[in-house]
Design a binder for this molecule. Structure first.
Ligand code: PXP
Length: 255
């Protein structure tokens, strides 16, 4: 049997809430989207409760935890307010992300090395409540070392720079991918579980699924955007198929 582990798809429903909030009201409902995603093959659901509540709301988080059958991954800034919400909600996992009010999305990775003590104290409280902690970081050796020193069991590698370079046809795309590959290897060698996400589409998800150290992808914006044309469930199934195709390459290499 191949030693390459399966790769999970975590579906981020933030932008279903973005569309809902454009008009107020309840439609489209991110909890309904989460249930459809699970039925179509998502292994988990991710939601980011931002400080300004621009998409997911406190009530969405509460309903997601109460109503979905798959693990909930709550993305959160390292603040006292978000810590209190996580401790009350008790999601399966919390991914600590950097957050600036002015940014359109999570633009860079967390500075785990620079804010080691602060992140460590939040991570300790989450872990103490039985919540699996993940740190959203760039594939930089010192950030990966800091994550291991902090004692986080999981890192999520920020794939935004690579995906952007691929989209722009930038000559630096391959170098960005090599940084992700090296970061995934380094993290796995330190005993960390490795996830990845940000900006992924079908093609980049297939490519990155061939890295055997990466066991989970968290994907949102592309899926919600593509669902406008093809429907949410078919899009999740196509994404799952793209990931399976990439993973098959990892298995062939390992055989
Ligand atoms: N992972 C993390 C930690 C994120 O902050 C985001 C964006 O909210 C994603 C994954 C998903 O990124 P995208 O919406 O670009 O697929």
């Amino acid at each position: 049997m191949s030693s390459v582990r399966p790769i999970r798809l975590g579906v981020n429903v933030d932008h279903v809430a973005t569309v809902r909030n454009a008009r107020g009201g309840r439609h489209p409902d991110p909890v309904r989207a989460a249930k459809l995603a699970i039925a179509a093959g998502a292994a988990g659901i991710t939601a980011h409760l931002r400080e300004d509540r621009r998409h997911i709301t406190d009530d969405d988080v509460r309903r997601l935890k109460a109503e979905i059958s798959a693990p909930l991954n709550l993305e959160m800034a390292a603040t006292a307010e978000m810590l209190a919400i996580a401790l009350k909600t008790r999601p399966h996992a919390s991914c600590i992300v950097p957050e600036k009010r002015s940014e359109r999305t999570t633009e860079g990775g967390l500075d785990a090395a620079g804010q080691r003590d602060h992140i460590a104290s939040i991570a300790r409280e989450l872990t103490g409540a039985g919540i699996r902690v993940s740190l959203f970081i760039a594939p930089e050796p010192r950030q990966i070392e800091a994550a291991a020193e902090i004692g986080a069991p999981v890192i999520e590698i920020h794939t935004g720079a690579w995906c952007e370079a691929v989209m722009q046809g930038d000559a630096g795309a391959d170098a960005e991918f090599e940084r992700i590959r090296a970061g995934a290897r380094q993290a796995a060698s330190l005993g960390l579980e490795v996830h990845a996400g940000h900006g992924l589409d079908y093609a980049t998800s297939e490519t990155i699924s061939a890295l055997p150290e990466i066991v989970e992808l968290n994907i949102g914006h592309f899926l919600v955007g593509e669902a406008i044309f093809s429907g949410f469930e078919p899009v999740i199934r196509t994404m799952r198929a793209a990931m399976d195709k990439g993973r098959a390459r990892a298995r062939e290499r390992a055989a």
